[in-house]
Design a protein around this ligand. Sequence first.
Ligand code: RP5
Length: 168
Amino acid sequence: MEPRVSIIMGSTSDLGVMEAAAKILDEFEIPFEINALSAHRTPDAVELFAKGAKARGIEVIIAAAGMAAHLPGVIAAMTTLPVIGVPINASLNGLDSLLAIVQMPPGIPVATVAVNGAQNAGILAVQMMALGDASLAAKLDTFKETLKTKIVKANSDLAEIKFRYKTN
Ligand code: RP5
């Protein structure tokens, strides 16, 4: 299998969070790779990766980093592939990494998800790929349908809660 999505993280300490993105790609049967690269500790390897990803057949990059989180932006500066940034909560409740990833200068966007929002990063990657893939789009429709069942169950649970003045 050749990878279509690349999950990159600043450190293996980010893996616990990023597994949620991998789980989504597994669920949608999309081949992916996971590697650790650091904008600060391995800048040359980041450049090699970013400049070569498209030619290797990668379609979307999911890049996660914490603290001074320059990795997604630096990758986005060196490729025209869409880059989804995941701010990791490694310090300051993740606000430092959120701002570092989301506040990109004009011309170099990074699609930033919530702090530790790896699952949404995976889903967003699938949505991008589904634009040109009808069977993936159909799987996404089914996935989104299942999200409703959570709220249906929540309402049936709420119906069991009794208060003197509760009317439903
Ligand atoms: C960032 O610094 C990594 O993405 C990680 O979130 C954080 C801490 O890295 P380690 O010191 O755990 O390797 O570059």
